[in-house]
Design a protein around this ligand. Sequence first.
Ligand code: MN
Length: 485
Amino acid sequence: MTYLIQGETGDWEVVIGLEIHAQVISRAKLFSGAATDFGAEPNSQVSLVDAAFPGMLPVINEYCVEQAVRTGLGLKAAINRESVFERKNYFYADLPAGYQISQYQQPIVGEGTITLDLADGTTRAVGIERLHLEQDAGKSLHDQDPRRTYIDLNRAGVALMEIVSKPDIRSPEEAGAYLRKLRSILRYLGTCDGNMEQGSLRCDINVSVRPAGENELRTRAEVKNVNSVRFVMQAIEHEAERQIEVYESGGEVVQETRLYDPGRGETRPMRAKEFAHDYRYFPDPDLLPLRLDDAWIEGIRAALPELPDEKKERFIADYGIGADDAGVLVAERETADFFEAVAKGRDARAAASWVATNLFAVLNKQGLSITESPVSADNLGRLLDPIADGTISGRIAKEVFEIMVETGGDPAAIVEEKGLTQITDTGAIEAAVDAAIAAGAAQVEQYRAGNEKVLGWFVGQVMKATQGKANPQAVNELLRQKLAK
Ligand code: MN
């Protein structure tokens, strides 16, 4: 399905590339031993290296390198045996050294790929251009004082992975799917917590447009630092529409950096786009080229967890569940584990549907994650058992489930206490069926005249009389038998 925007002169295609800055999960910074805890007292986690005191030398944190390699392997990317740290020079108050240590010509990770799971159930591959390691800058706090700006250097020197996609993304929906999938992979790997509100995952969007059918890439604008999946999708839409208007009114799009304002639903210029040569990159003389050995890389590869794509395939093959449910269940590792605990030794399709549909409806409504679920995996599993053996009907099960959501209670105890056990005793059901037939002479006539739909009315009467506890299968069978006469 191609996403096109209708302009006045015809249809336009949108070309999108994403640059993600992902904060590495590590207790210490990339080149110093200072801590990285979020929310600490300002300037309490700053070493002399981070503050760029003269003569201080950076020392590479091996664990951060390992995290970058692990991420590269998770993105099915080439790991470069040799990479080089360079200085990216610019002036800003929260960058005390006057340069950021980054990687430019030779990044640690080369080309890879991410598979998008789209809403219509299809998948699509998006190329990864590169992943490089770099330091974060500090933070300028403009809201502490009306006249002054304060600087917090806690974040200065924290390790970031900059993950750059190829311009393969073609719609806001695909951009959203890309971000969600990347975040899911990073979380599975334990290399970034993916928290966009806290800024541990930040997204820059490169957007250009071109008339449908054209193959050249046109000038792009970069929308900086968008901090939620929803805003990324909105920013792309607004920026694409703006560019189409520029072209259609005879103008040219200029290469620049823009900001997205979600309140006004527009992007606006921030600064003229810098080019790489503006930064005067050069290899950092304080750091040797980074050389990795094969055995070390293979050790990391061997310890990789099962990732969402492989897990999804296994769920489909081993449990016989649909691609849709499987996709929902593997998005977070905790959800997948929860599902497997429920499904163990039970009807896996029923388990998938209860987790992906009923439980997720509750979690979404209450804004809870799976680890905060009011219903434990163990209890949900034990709700499926009496459904499977016919002790309770699906309808009763939903009633029990609602009570479990409120109380976190045990399903067997709830069924017992409320007397919800299904009536399978045919004598009791037969009495209710006879009563319904006796009360509905007109409906009996309609049914015998060929109107099958009336059966539903009888079922309803019997269920009402038995407070929903009659076994629906037995009710249907008995009704058909007796009405046939
Ligand atoms: Mn960067």
